[in-house]
Design a protein around this ligand. Sequence first.
Ligand code: GDP
Ligand code: GDP
Length: 459
Amino acid sequence: MKPVVAIVGRPNVGKSTLFNRITRKKDALVDDFPGVTRDRHYGDAEWNDVEFSIVDTGGFAGDEEDDFSGLIRSQVHQAIDEADAVILVLDGKGGISPFDSELIDILRIVTIPVFYVINKIDGEEKESLLYEFHHLGIDDLYPISAEHGYGISDFLDKLVPLLPCIQTDKTEAAEEEISIAVIGRPNAGKSSLINKILGEDRHLVSEHPGTTRDVIDSLCKISGKQYRLIDTAGIRRKGRVSEKLEKFSIMKALKSLERCDVVLIVIDAAEGISEQDIRVAGYAHDRGCGSIFLLNKWDLVEQNKKTANLFYEKLRMEAKFLSFAPVITISALTGLGVSKIFDLVETVYKQYSTHVGTGMINRIVERAIEKNEPSLHKGKRLKFYYTSQVSTKPPTFVVFTNYPEAVHFSYQRYLMNQIREQTGLDKTPIRLYFRLRTGRIEFSDKKNLQKDSGKRKRK
Ligand code: GDP
Ligand code: GDP
């Protein structure tokens, strides 16, 4: 499981510049789906073969009425509670402000690794600017220039060995167990739902340390099947962050999405579908999880087919990228619809972990190509040699071709839709990549593919 690193600091010190620099290489590999409002404040990074997620907390700016110091203080506390390491960015040109000193005092006493970088040191000649910072009494200061790249590789060389290695606790997972994350914006009804599911301990098998620190999962049995509800303690417990400042926690969401097979995206239907709900759904899409939308608080909505359809349509429109995700209406309060959730989880999981036989997938792709040939590439024919499924969770296919970069996006969509139709994989994300045929699959290709499919090799 990948550790989450949070970048903190006051405005204008260079957090987002640093974030962009660290994630740049990786971002190019992400296949954007039109319509995904990609949130530029979290991303994947890799250095010396260590993978981690990185979050620019500064990107989650508050409402105008919040004074910035309160917001940043709460972001720092949230980072301490939820990230696995913190980078505090200081401004080498601007020097130390009293507010920086306050943040440093908070960070001095925490147990997770903290890295202090002095930004805007645009070259060796600027190292004299560091003088002031040595008075802080911090052993390791990293002079960098996020903008020009100076000092970045030395810094990352030091950072990655100190990142905690996070192991999923799977000691008791003898039988097949489906991991379920519950995400959604504050007050959508996540904790109510979890309490309803685990209600009166009817289903609860045990509470179980999830990964590091204070994450507690709940194992429950429903109709003889075992499920792991990820970080139930974290969801039930309202954080240190005050009600007003309570924001959707990207760090929590990333960590639970990293470990789940299926995510339940809880939406407050009484409030309608908001932009934030769609952004939350975007995280699930990015992580390639099986996803189910739960329109919660349905007891507060006029319940008829027409309203339901309006909701479904709106969701389909706004979250096109998750058009395969089933949607149901529930009420965590009255229990309406809650019993249907696990049947759906089973269906989605079954598809999510499907392996399609090589013969079958090749027949499907060949037929699709016969029906609709790709256009010429610089006057040459695009050739597709063979297709294979390289991983499950989600099902990931690779087509070997003579010009991988020439396959048009719309053609990729076409093939994906054909695969969905012919295999019946209509409720799970699937992935389709094109690789150059080189006679054999090169090791680096295999490695990339495994990375692309992320944690899915967990079990
Ligand atoms: P944030 O508010 O902390 O996310 O800061 P930004 O990343 O938006 O950067 C604030 C300003 O500092 C921008 O004008 C950047 O171009 C500038 N900046 C960022 N990094 C560097 C650097 O390494 N050197 C110099 N000279 N300027 C930088
Ligand atoms: P969380 O922040 O996502 O964990 O949301 P909570 O579970 O704490 O719920 C926020 C508020 O919505 C609480 O006052 C709940 O009682 C209420 N709530 C949650 N689910 C429902 C529901 O299905 N119907 C109604 N009427 N209220 C609900």
